[in-house]
Design a protein around this ligand. Structure first.
Ligand code: NAD
Ligand code: DAU
Length: 354
């Protein structure tokens, strides 16, 4: 038995692979293109571990996927691989359409062919789990109830539109071909190995470097934050007990405004590594808003709790402390991922923002 994981060198995928192999001896075949967001260093703890088979490749490459399915005969595919950053999707949506839509289509077709070739017992056990996002549901007003699994799809960014399209493909492959799929729509993750283009690691790394902390618009946008290992445990639980064709919303019951997130991080930094120049708050800089910026996301995670008994183990206060401590202890990792291409991205995204 084995799992085929796509995007397992990225932020959530690498946490998932590390967690999986910490709790199980079932091998993982990890297919990742190693884009700017993929990093083998995240998986360094698995060097020499025969349970982890890493393959550098593209989810759009059908013959490679056919070959991996025929060789390793996984009992499940867990599909993380995606372009994941909303701001990058605004600057250049093309790669989002290719990886997130074409890539998911390619994987579904390969999975369907593989699944059709299995014997009855293997076919019954097989799962295709698609990792998706709460952003497909659009934006909430302050008093709206949180998103449920039946909320209408109203994606607003090229990223969320591409993820919505991929969710629709997965749903259709269930409805038409009976492929045993599950989908999870999760809120904002944070934790170790989070690429510093995203808010939480950006604030930690910029503050430590004495650089401005860019807050889009008024900073009062709301997100629901979930510690990454809780997302991993939710996916493990869905693989274990999720029903084919079902969608599960995953969240942390932790809505916070962006400015609250930033000030919480700065308070922790003041405690653990005080600002040599006075106070980190001096670095907060309000900048032009993200075009089309969604105001609020919130997840109703009662279905996965009721049906699968999953709840997050971490609360924000403990999760964010672990996260800040991890970044303080892993400054070399930060130094390596923020060199090269990342500098060009900072110029592109923040250079012209007033
Ligand atoms: P990430 O950007 O950190 O990692 C993406 C990984 O996919 C990288 O390792 C990259 O090399 C790989 N990849 C990209 N294009 C590929 C391709 N064509 N073929 C093979 N591999 C490719 O992303 P993440 O934050 O870890 O997100 C993982 C998944 O979870 C995504 O599907 C994302 O939509 C979803 N998600 C993320 C969050 C979040 O807060 N980060 C929340 C909910 C859902
Ligand atoms: O909700 C789930 C989604 O969460 C995932 O599907 C995405 O892959 C993931 O990137 C994340 O999307 P967001 O756009 O919410 O995350 P990001 O960290 O980019 O931004 C969080 C909030 O912070 C958002 O309101 C924009 C704001 N922000 C972000 C950056 C990078 C700033 O104010 N300044 C910044 O410099």
């Amino acid at each position: 038995m084995a799992l085929l994981v796509t995007g397992g060198a990225g932020f959530i995928g690498s946490n998932f692979v590390l967690d999986w192999l910490a709790q199980s001896d079932e091998p993982v075949v990890n297919l990742d293109k190693l884009t700017y967001a993929g990093n083998m260093e995240n998986l360094a703890a698995l060097a020499g571990d025969a349970r982890h088979v890493f393959v550098q490749g593209d989810v759009c490459d059908r013959s490679l996927i056919d070959h991996l399915l025929a060789t390793h005969r996984p009992r499940a595919i867990v599909h993380f691989a995606a372009e994941s950053h909303v701001d990058r999707s605004i600057h250049g949506p093309g790669e989002f359409m290719r990886t997130n839509i074409d890539g998911t289509f390619t994987l579904l077709e390969a999975a369907r062919a593989h699944w059709s070739s299995l014997n009855e017992a293997e076919a019954r056990q097989f799962r295709f789990h698609h990792v998706s996002t709460d952003e497909v549901y659009g934006s909430l007003a302050p008093d709206d109830p949180p998103f449920t699994e039946t909320s209408p799809y109203q994606p607003n960014s090229p990223y969320s539109a591409s993820k919505a399209a991929s969710d629709h493909l997965v749903r259709a492959w269930r409805h038409t071909y009976r492929l045993p799929v599950t989908i999870s729509n999760c809120s904002n993750n944070y934790g170790p190995f989070h690429f510093p283009e995203k808010l939480i690691p950006l604030v930690i790394t910029n503050a430590l470097a004495g650089k401005p902390l860019p807050i889009y618009g008024d900073g009062l946008q709301v997100r629901d934050w979930l510690y990454v290992t809780d997302h991993c445990s939710a996916i493990r639980r869905i693989l274990e007990a999720g029903q084919p064709g079902e969608v599960y919303n995953v969240g942390g019951w932790n809505e916070m405004t962006n400015i609250e997130i930033v000030t919480t991080i700065l308070r922790l930094l003041e405690e653990l590594r005080p600002d040599p120049a006075g106070s980190y708050a001096r670095l907060i800089t309000y900048v032009a808003d993200r075009p089309g910026h969604d105001r609020r996301y919130a997840i109703d995670a009662r279905k996965i709790e009721r049906e699968l008994g999953w709840r997050p183990a971490e609360v924000f206060a403990t999760g964010v402390r672990k996260t800040v401590e991890w970044y303080l202890a892993n400054q070399e990792w930060v130094g390596r991922v923020t060199s090269g291409e990342y500098r060009q991205w900072l110029d592109c995204n923040y250079g012209d923002r007033k």
